[in-house]
Design a protein around this ligand. Structure first.
Ligand SMILES: NC(=O)c1ccc[n+]([C@@H]2O[C@H](COP(=O)([O-])OP(=O)(O)OC[C@H]3O[C@@H](n4cnc5c(N)ncnc54)[C@H](O)[C@@H]3O)[C@@H](O)[C@H]2O)c1
Length: 428
């Protein structure tokens, strides 16, 4: 495996709440102002060998991850605000954290975006590349990547889509093969979304790509094939934060104890720009699809019809400006126990969306870079842990259970680190 010697450039299409909370957070940690809570790469240990050996190194000491000091940042946005202005606007971090970072964050200016209003109806930004053919936009993004690498004096980069949720679409003819996709670029096929131009540019430049939003992006045959052909790791979709994180923690527990679930009603209020974009029915549909598939996949009603066949699952997202990024997610869960007796569970999660998402961006950046250096390419299913709608090889069902995902993540790290996977069967 090549070593993590030089700097790692993290490329961020979309420099809004999540991206700026991530960048500011990394710098705050580097300056010793705060701790990276929520980040597996920074805080978690990994058991190696038998229990009796007592070997529990930190993950970052066990595998060769880029140190935070080596991270550099660049991005694109539809709005011309620097990372400092965008962080202030997002109001996720308090002034106590943002003000001391002004010098650092002001330096990060977004490159003009490849944008198409048809895919994100609620945004009207000005920092947009002149409308050209999709081929020219993709080439311009490739040039941006090369320029940003040169500016930061590094050859290593990863790209994490932190842009707005695009409208819900299904793969079309141009997504069926690399050739069809490239023909679509030349012919300006309206089915090619901006996020797909970024993903295509990244994969062509051999930059690992992860998609933090629910729109398809690299989740189609053409870009998966290109990633495999170019030896580039990819992962997606939709960061698993807030309500879905809670769902994938609770549901496996109900199933493990053979408790029935009759109904799960989830509603959210949020007031950030993401909430505004999701107020558009097309963008909401993309989110609804990723949020809704989770319970069926975990509870397996086809195996346990008695417990889960009639589960009524409803997800609502309501744009409510007064809350800003401080989302509130309510869940009412109707469960059934011994002899079918009903019980209710209420979860009221007063969460901070971007505070939960930022460490995911960090972990994905470091793990994707590790994956690339250890010769992995194509879909990285071991990173399902971080996604609401994990991208999997065609014909396979995604794993949503957080604990199975975590198990797989750690065993993959053991293998990358040259150790044996652990099955938790051994007594010693
Ligand atoms: N915060 C969370 O917990 C969370 C969880 C899961 C997924 N997500 C997803 O992550 C993404 C980012 O969330 P956020 O809260 O930072 O949203 P945000 O609205 O604050 O930031 C998104 C940014 O992307 C920009 N953008 C849109 N289209 C673009 C394009 N084509 N090129 C470049 N920039 C573009 C917008 O101008 C905006 O500044 C959203 O898609 C959201 O659904 C967030």
């Amino acid at each position: 495996m090549t070593k993590a010697n030089d700097n790692l450039l993290v490329l961020l299409p979309g420099m809004g709440a999540v991206a700026t909370t991530f960048v500011a957070g990394v710098e705050a940690v580097r300056r010793g102002m705060a701790r990276p809570l929520g980040s597996v790469t920074q805080l978690q240990t990994i058991r190696i060998g038998k229990r009796s050996e007592g070997r529990n190194p930190l993950i970052k000491d066990f595998v060769d991850l880029a140190p935070l000091e080596h991270l550099r940042f660049a991005g694109w946005d539809v709005y011309p605000d620097s990372a400092f202005d965008a962080a202030r606007r997002a109001s996720v971090l308090s002034n106590e954290h943002v003000a001391p970072l002004q010098d650092f964050l002001s330096e990060i200016q977004p490159m003009p975006a490849a944008f198409d209003q048809e895919f994100v109806k609620r945004l009207h930004g000005t920092n947009v590349k002149p409308t050209k053919s999709k081929r020219e936009l993709a080439e311009a993004l490739r040039q941006d990547i090369r320029d940003a690498k040169a500016k930061h004096g590094t050859n290593r980069a990863v790209m994490i889509w932190c842009g707005s949720t695009e409208v819900y679409t299904q793969p079309s003819a141009c997504h069926q093969s690399i050739e069809a996709f490239e023909k679509g670029l030349d012919e300006n096929d309206p089915a090619i979304a901006p996020s797909q131009l970024y993903a295509y540019a990244a994969i062509c430049e051999k930059v690992p790509y992860a998609n933090g939003a629910p729109n398809l992006s690299a989740d189609n045959r053409a870009l998966v094939a290109l990633a495999e052909q170019n030896g580039v790791p990819i992962a997606g979709k939709d960061f698993k934060t807030g309500q879905t994180l809670m769902k994938t923690i609770l549901a496996p527990g109900f199933k493990a104890r053979m408790l029935g679930v009759q109904g799960w009603f989830s509603t959210n209020i949020l007031g950030n720009r993401d909430g505004e974009v999701l107020d558009d029915p097309g963008s909401f549909r993309a989110k609804e699809v990723t949020k809704s598939s989770v319970l069926d996949a975990i509870l397996q009603p086809e195996l346990y019809p008695e417990l889960y066949k009639d589960l009524y699952h409803k997800v609502r997202i309501n744009y409510y400006p007064p809350r800003g990024d401080e989302k509130e997610g309510w869940d009412n869960i109707d469960i059934r126990g011994w002899l079918g007796y009903p019980m209710q569970i209420k979860v009221d999660f007063l969460c901070r969306d971007s505070i939960l998402a930022a460490p995911i961006v960090l972990d994905l950046a470091l793990f994707l870079d590790l994956a690339a250096r250890s010769g992995r390419s194509g879909i990285q299913e071991w990173l399902s842990f971080y996604f609401k709608s994990p991208q999997v090889a065609e014909g396979h069902v995604p794993e949503h259970d957080l604990f199975i995902q975590h198990f797989r993540l750690k065993n993959t790290l053991r293998v990358i680190g040259g150790e044996s996977p652990i099955d938790h069967l051994a007594e010693d």
